[in-house]
Write a protein that binds this ligand. Structure first.
Ligand SMILES: [Zn+2]
Length: 63
């Protein structure tokens, strides 16, 4: 394989991160947006859990 295998998708994005507490597991986490009061904030793991099943977004290999 000529390529590293994994496509590095992380670009250098100078984004601000805010301290937050996950509304699900209560873990401290950082979110790329300002946590709004009254709105649940999730850590990465819980965010995935709470996301709708989005299978169409990814280009799976189809035949
Ligand atoms: Zn969590």
């Amino acid at each position: 394989m000529a390529y590293g295998g994994y496509r590095d998708n992380d670009r250098d994005r100078p984004k601000e991160f805010f301290d937050a507490v996950c509304s699900d597991c209560g873990k401290e986490c950082k979110v790329p947006f300002k946590p709004t009061q009254g709105r649940p904030v999730y850590c990465r793991d819980c965010f995935r859990k709470h996301q709708p099943d989005d299978r169409g977004g990814r280009d799976r290999s189809r035949f």
